[in-house]
Structure formats: C-alpha cells, structure tokens
Design a protein around this ligand. Structure first.
Ligand SMILES: Nc1nc2c(ncn2[C@@H]2O[C@H](COP(=O)(O)OP(=O)(O)OP(=O)(O)O)[C@@H](O)[C@H]2O)c(=O)[nH]1
Ligand SMILES: [Mg+2]
Ligand SMILES: [Zn+2]
Length: 317
C-alpha cells in the first residue's frame, strides 16, 4: 500500500511555498522560497488533473512536506501567463533562437512563437546563432524591422564577454527567460556560454535529416546568481513541430496586436472591417506598407497564414 501521502492535508503537515524549476513525467522539482538551495521533489495533487490543470515549469506553488526533501503540490498560484509549447509559466522573456542554416530557420514558426509571446505580454529577444556557417543578415533585417531586438552570433566561436553575449545578459537580467527554438539551433550551447557554470548537455545534428537530435529532454529553470539573484533562465527541449493548441491562445480579433509592426500600419485602411489579409494596396494600408518595403513581406505572409489557421479552429476543438 502506498501511504506516502497519508499526512497530506493533516494539521501537522508543514505547508510552504516555492517555484517549479523542472517537471518530468508528473514529478516536479520545487525550489523552496525559504531556502533557494533547497530543492524538493513533489507530485501534484490528483484534483489538478480533474480540473485539467497541469503544473508547469515557472509556476509558483504551495506544497506540503512529506519528508525533508519530498512534498506534495497542493496549489498553483495565479499565473501571469502560460505557454503550452515550450511549456512554461510566468514568463517575462522568450529568447527565440534560430539559425540561417543548420537547421534553416522556419520563419512561420518564429512568427507564430513571437506572436503568442507578444500577445501574452512576454518580451521577445531573437538570437540568430551559427553565423560561422551562414550569415544571419537577412534574419536580423526582418526581425529588427519588425521592431524586435535581434542579435546574431556564433556560440561556437564568440567569447563569453563579447558584446553580443553581454547584450543577451542585459536582456535577461532580473527576469525569467525561456530559451525556445527548433532542436539543434544551439540553445543549450548559448546558455553554457552565457553561464559556464550550467554545463548543459549539447548534441549534434542528425546528418540524414539535418535536424536536431532533441538533446534537451525537459525544460529546466536555473537561477543565475552571476547576474543577479532574481535572474532565472530556462533551457527547453527543441521542437520540430508547433502544436495548434498554442494558437487558441490568440483570439482572431486580437491577432493584429500580436504583430506590432502590422498593427502600427492598420489604421489607414479604406474599409473599417479590413482584415489586412487579401485586400489590395489601394485600400489596405498594411498591404501598402508591405509593398513599400516597410513591413517585411515574410511577416505579412505569416500573419495571413496564421489568420487562416485561427479562423479554421472550431470552438470545440
Ligand atoms: N557551427 C556551429 N555549431 C554550433 C554552434 N552553436 C552550437 N553548435 C552545435 O550545434 C549542435 C546543437 O547544439 P545544442 O546546443 O545541443 O542545440 P539545442 O538547441 O540545445 O538542441 P536541443 O536540445 O535538441 O533542442 C551541437 O553540436 C553544438 O556544438 C555555432 O555557433 N556554430
Ligand atoms: Mg538543448
Ligand atoms: Zn488593411
């Protein structure tokens, strides 16, 4: 008989608070508030599943001790935001990592990810890695024109005190940042360069398909005292596809807000109900800005595609 949880809810069980820094197969690692060096492993209360709530890395939680280093999560505190993929909660900043080549950046994926982040009030930093293999000038041009901070470097050859690395450190300082991007782009390599104490495992690319090998298997949040005691960064497993469920986070009527540079050009259209998707440049000021080279063409293409995808989602999906 499993009697490990017998004292849950009993008056003598000690209750405490902390933050989930890792979660694998329903077992969570929680850093306690009273002692940031104390990590306990905890299961989640069964009722979360009934309520369809999944604890996530980044969550602030209340738990009860079962033993000195084991506990039971009883409550998840109100979240500032939650993303499904990568699964993370209370995110201040998403560091979207990609490469011009090996693997080649999927712009639609980058635009989807940044749209979901922007809509959820998360700051976005684009880092284009592996510039030793192929220059990222075009990517830098697109994303800085779109209004994002964008940095190009090569984790393989830059040093840990370079201007690029210091710019990333400034961006993540005092915030909770998640590194996200396709498998093999170099998220773990970059984090090792930023904070050598981390020593994260890195892997190669599968030669046959030129994709990453999914070296990082679970998201993990690290406190990096090197910058400040309130700086947290998380490594996440690279993705090779992006779940549609994520899109439900942006209602169609709010998609425009998720693309700030398109939004900025949307008030000069002739028709009030202009969707800025199929209208011509004679009546749509967004389309005009695309043709004038102000809004990057690929960004508008992603907007149109995303608008179509969101429109196709049925409310009961
Ligand atoms: N040429 C080159 N290779 C790099 C660079 N940065 C990382 N790599 C290599 O790319 C491979 C993948 O790097 P990782 O850091 O494991 O990539 P990741 O994004 O963490 O991948 P997942 O954990 O699978 O999501 C490794 O072999 C790294 O050594 C770079 O700037 N240039
Ligand atoms: Mg990794
Ligand atoms: Zn328009």
């Amino acid at each position: 008989m499993d009697n490990t949880n017998n004292n849950v809810g009993s008056p003598c069980a000690k209750s405490a608070t902390g933050r989930i820094v890792k979660g694998v197969g329903g077992l969570y690692t929680v850093v306690t508030d009273e002692n940031p060096d104390l990590r306990i492993t905890a299961n989640a209360k069964g009722t979360f599943r009934h309520e369809k709530i999944t604890p996530s890395v980044g969550d602030r939680v209340t738990f009860e001790y079962i033993s000195e280093d084991k506990g039971f999560i009883t409550d998840i505190m109100e979240r500032k935001n939650i993303l499904i993929r990568p699964a993370c909660a209370n995110v201040d900043c998403l560091v979207i990592t990609a490469c011009a080549e090996s693997p080649k950046a999927d712009l639609y994926m980058l635009d989807k990810l940044s749209a979901v982040a922007t809509y959820n009030g998360i700051s976005v930093l684009f880092v284009f890695n592996k510039c030793d293999i192929a220059p990222a000038d075009e990517l830098i041009d697109i994303y800085s024109r779109a209004g994002f901070e964008a940095i190009a470097l090569s984790a393989a050859s830059t040093h840990s005190d370079s201007e690029e690395i210091n710019r990333i450190k400034d961006f993540v300082k005092d915030r909770i940042s998640f590194f996200a991007g396709a498998s093999g782009v170099g998220k773990s390599s970059l984090m090792n360069l930023l904070f050598p104490g981390l020593s994260l495992a890195t892997g190669g690319l599968s030669r046959k398909i030129s994709r990453g090998k999914h070296t990082t298997r679970a998201s993990e949040l690290y406190r990096v005292d090197d910058i400040s005691s309130s700086t947290y960064i998380a490594d996440t497993p690279g993705f090779s596809s992006f779940e549609v469920a994520q899109l439900k986070l942006i209602p169609k009527e709010h998609l425009l807000e998720a693309f700030p540079e398109i939004y900025a050009h949307s008030d000069g259209c002739v028709y009030k109900d202009c969707t800025h998707t199929g209208e011509g440049s004679d009546v749509c000021s967004v389309k005009k800005a695309v043709e004038d080279g102000i809004i990057p063409r690929s960004r508008h293409e992603s907007f149109v595609r995303l608008y179509g995808e969101i429109s196709a989602i049925k409310p009961w999906d």
